[in-house]
Design a binder for this molecule. Structure first.
Ligand code: IPM
Ligand code: MN
Length: 352
């Protein structure tokens, strides 16, 4: 049966890189009999500035009822200072579709891409499970005596047993399914004695149910150090919303930069949203220079989620082959435009 995918290209380089990702999806459709029906939505800064609409009423219900997945570009525009539309669309969909897993692979595809001396593909290959619906992102709090010398701002973190348990379980289940030997919890429980201690207790309790999997723990500061010094020891890393946000950018740096990093916002079994980790890169927008690989690998993650594993693997192999051949954009020291780099991948998917 045909799968329905909503495509939201968004702002900045979003439309350009999503254009290439769609091109690659189409190549995969021909080669692997992938049956997708893509529907485009023009939500983003332009529409917000023109019509005052961010995430339209009924959008959440529409995706829940009629769609299998969403492929999004990036949101953010220098003209929208408070980033309201990005907040409503991206965080709105994450929260309101309850997409509690933010899956962010950190996988080196070619030795020449890492800034770490002497590291190879087997050294840098792990996945981050970022909690995606609570933590520091709930925006609970307030201000008091605003604008005075006595101003007070309170910004709370929320951690629920339910929320913590389901992301930790997802990380262990993934490790079991993908034969990864170790799951590492990252927190700051030495300082955040309530919220992060809940993570600790839940983690070690759930670990009992996965006796074949080795468990380990790092405080986030130490984790940042060890991701750089000793990246080969990680398999599956599970952490809260904010730490996952930060560590996934560090992970992207280890594998060649933000231009390559994919991500999935997932609620297993429900409509889920896939977006590259990079932002809108306003300085690059409209110039046909942005790297389409992050968006393309994101499309591959989406295809895998929709059950098209062969197509997903073929796209990843095509990306690796294009990188080996130097058929890449300037950020990776190639000379291709966005569209040419997309073509280089699409051709390899077709001729696999
Ligand atoms: C990300 C981004 C978002 C986040 C921003 C754009 C709200 O940095 O997807 O990592 O903080 O989650
Ligand atoms: Mn981020």
């Amino acid at each position: 049966m045909k799968k329905r995918v909503g495509v939201i290209p968004g702002d900045g380089i979003g439309p350009e890189v999503i254009g290439e990702a769609v091109k690659v999806i189409e190549a995969a459709s021909q080669a692997f009999g992938v049956e997708l029906e893509l529907t485009r939505f023009d939500w983003g800064a332009e529409k917000y500035l023109r019509e005052g609409i961010t995430l339209p009423d009924g959008a959440v219900e529409m995706f829940q009822k009629e769609y299998d997945a969403i492929l999004a570009g990036a949101f953010g525009d220098p003209r929208v200072k408070d980033n309201k539309h990005a907040h409503d669309i991206l965080l709105g969909l994450r929260f309101r579709l309850d997409l509690y897993v933010n899956l962010r692979p950190v996988k080196l595809l070619d030795e020449k891409l890492t800034p770490l001396k002497g590291r190879t593909m087997t050294d840098i290959d792990f996945v981050i499970f970022r909690e995606n619906t609570e933590g520091a992102y709930v925006n609970v709090g307030g201000v008091f005596k605003t604008g005075t010398k006595d101003e007070i701002a309170v910004q709370e973190e929320i951690h629920t047993r339910h929320g913590v348990e389901r992301i930790i379980r997802a990380a262990f289940d993934y490790a079991r399914e993908h034969k990864r030997k170790r799951v590492t919890l990252v927190d700051k429980a030495n300082v955040m004695r309530y919220g992060h201690d809940l993570w600790q207790r839940t983690f070690f309790e759930l670990a009992q149910g996965y006796p074949e999997i080795e468990v380990s723990h790092q405080f986030v500061d130490s984790m940042a150090l060890l991701m750089v010094l000793n990246p080969d020891q990680w398999d599956v890393v599970v952490t809260n919303n904010m730490f996952g946000d930060i560590l996934s950018d560090l992970g992207a740096a280890l594998t060649g930069g933000l231009g390559l990093a994919p991500s999935g916002n997932i609620h297993p079994g429900r409509v889920s949203l896939f977006e590259p980790v990079h932002g809108t890169a306003p300085a690059l927008a409209g110039k046909n220079v942005a790297n389409p690989i992050g968006a393309t690998l994101t499309a591959a993650m989406m295809l895998e989620y929709l059950g098209y594993r062969q197509a997903a693997l073929a796209i990843e192999a095509a990306v690796v082959s294009a990188i080996h051949a130097g058929a890449v954009t300037q950020d990776l020291r190639g000379s291709l435009s966005t569209t040419e780099a997309g073509d280089a991948i699409a051709v390899r998917v077709r001729d696999r």
